[in-house]
Ligand binder design. Structure first.
Ligand SMILES: Nc1ncnc2c1ncn2[C@@H]1O[C@H](COP(=O)(O)OP(=O)(O)O)[C@@H](O)[C@H]1O
Ligand SMILES: [Mg+2]
Length: 350
C-alpha cells in the first residue's frame, strides 16, 4: 500500500500549547506507519511555523513547548512547503488559533484535506455562548445561562451583578466564552466571589458565559463520522476536587478518574448517546468530536459542550471510549484521516 503523507500540526498560540504537544506525541507514536508517513510541523507560542526538521529536533530534545526561532507565519516558507508536500493534515492544536476555525480556514484556503470539524463548526465549538444558543435552538437541554461583556462590568458592575442575580443566581459558573482546559473558570457560590470570577474570565475573553451550577455526574461520548456519524459508549469523569479544573485535568498529582462505562442507567446512557449525535449534527461537525454532558439526579441529561479537538493521548477520554467500543487507537486515527479525504472529495465542486 502506498504511504500517504500526514502533516501533524502541534503546539500553537493558545494556553493549551503544551497539552497539544502531549496529544500530538501520542498520535504520532500510534499512527500506522505502513499507511502514513508523519510530517510534524510545530507552531510556536508566537505563531511561527517550524520546519519538520526543527520540530523533530525539538521533540527529540524533550520539548514541552516550541519557542523559537523567530520567523512570522507568512515567512515560514519552508514549513509551508512541507505542508504543501502532504496529502492530509491532522491539526492537533487545541484552543484559539487551532481549534476555533482559524487554522481550518487556512487549510481550506490551501486546499489540503484535514482531520476534524470544518470552519463553522470549529468556530461555534470554541464559543460557549454561540454553542449554547445553537443547542437551545435545536431543542437540546442546556443549563440556564447568561452572556456578559467585559465592558458591561467595567461600566456598571452593580447592574451586571443584579442582572446575574435576577437571571441565574448562585451557585453559578463564570467562564470565558472562548476558552478550554477550564482556564478562567470559577465556581461562584455567592456575591463575594463574583468580582474575582469576572477578572478570571475576562483575562481570556471579553465575553463571559454565566451558567447555573449543575450538581451531578460529568458524562462524555465520542462521536466519529461525516454524514453518518457513530457514537461510542458513554464514559464518566470523576474529578478529585470541587470541579474538573485545569489541575485535575493535567497535573500529575491529580487523582481524577475516568470511568468507562459511565455509572448511569442504560436508558440514561442511551439518551446521552442520542443527544450527542444531535449536538454533533446541529453544529455541523465532521470527522470527530467529544461531546460532554451533566447528568443530574442520575436521570436528567443536560448538554455541556462539544470539543472539536479533544485531548488525544492514548489515555484521554476520546480514544479510550472508542477503544472500549471496539475501535483501537491506531485504527481510530486511520479512520479520522480517511474521513478527512472523504469530506474533501465531497466538497470539491467543478
Ligand atoms: N454549569 C456547570 N455546572 C457544574 N459544573 C460545571 C458547569 N460548567 C462547568 N462546570 C465544571 O467546569 C469544567 C469545565 O467547564 P467547561 O464548560 O467544560 O469548559 P472547558 O471548555 O474549559 O472544558 C466542567 O468539566 C465541570 O467540571
Ligand atoms: Mg469541558
Amino acid at each position: 500500500m502506498e504511504r500517504r503523507r500526514v502533516a501533524v500540526l502541534l503546539g500553537g498560540r493558545s494556553g493549551e500549547h503544551e497539552v497539544s504537544i502531549v496529544s500530538a506525541r501520542s498520535v504520532m507514536a500510534a499512527l500506522d506507519r505502513e499507511r502514513w508517513e508523519v510530517v510534524p510541523i510545530g507552531i510556536t507560542t508566537r505563531g511561527e511555523w517550524l520546519t519538520p526538521g526543527e520540530t523533530a529536533t525539538a521533540l527529540d530534545a524533550g520539548a514541552r513547548a516550541f519557542d523559537g526561532p523567530a520567523h512570522p507565519f507568512l515567512m515560514s516558507g519552508e514549513a509551508l512547503e512541507a505542508l504543501a508536500s502532504c496529502d492530509v493534515a491532522f491539526p492537533l492544536v487545541h484552543g484559539t488559533y487551532g481549534e476555533d476555525g482559524r487554522l481550518q480556514g487556512l487549510l481550506e484556503m490551501a486546499d489540503i484535506p484535514y482531520a476534524g470539524a470544518g470552519v463553522a463548526a470549529s468556530a461555534i465549538g470554541m464559543d460557549k455562548a454561540l454553542m449554547k444558543a445553537l443547542f437551545r435552538e435545536a431543542g437540546i437541554p442546556v443549563a440556564d445561562y447568561a452572556v456578559v461583556r467585559a465592558w458591561e462590568v467595567r461600566d456598571d458592575a452593580d447592574a451586571a451583578r443584579t442582572y446575574i442575580e435576577e437571571t441565574i443566581g448562585y451557585p453559578c459558573f463564570v467562564k470565558p466564552a472562548n476558552g478550554g482546559s477550564s482556564v478562567g473558570i470559577t465556581h461562584v457560590r455567592s456575591r463575594e466571589d463574583l468580582g474575582q470570577a469576572w477578572a478570571a474570565a475576562f483575562a481570556y475573553d471579553d465575553k463571559a458565559v454565566v451558567e447555573t451550577a449543575i450538581q451531578g455526574q460529568e458524562v462524555e461520548c465520542s462521536v466519529l463520522g461525516n454524514e453518518y456519524p457513530e457514537v461510542s459508549i458513554a464514559g464518566e469523569i470523576v474529578p478529585d476536587r470541587d470541579f474538573y479544573d485545569y489541575d485535575s485535568k493535567y497535573s500529575g498529582a491529580s487523582t481524577t478518574q475516568l470511568n468507562i462505562p459511565a455509572a448511569i442507567a442504560p436508558e440514561v446512557a442511551e439518551r446521552v448517546r442520542e443527544l450527542a449525535l444531535r449536538m454533533y449534527q446541529a453544529m455541523g461537525c465532521e470527522g470527530y468530536a467529544r461531546v460532554d454532558f451533566f447528568v443530574a439526579n442520575g436521570t436528567e441529561v443536560i448538554a455541556n459542550e462539544v470539543n472539536t479537538i479533544p485531548g488525544f493521548t492514548s489515555i484521554s477520554m476520546y480514544p479510550k471510549l472508542w477503544e472500549a467500543s471496539g475501535l483501537p487507537y491506531r485504527d481510530l486515527l486511520t479512520r479520522i484521516l480517511e474521513l478527512a479525504f472523504e469530506r474533501h472529495e465531497r466538497r470539491v465542486r467543478p
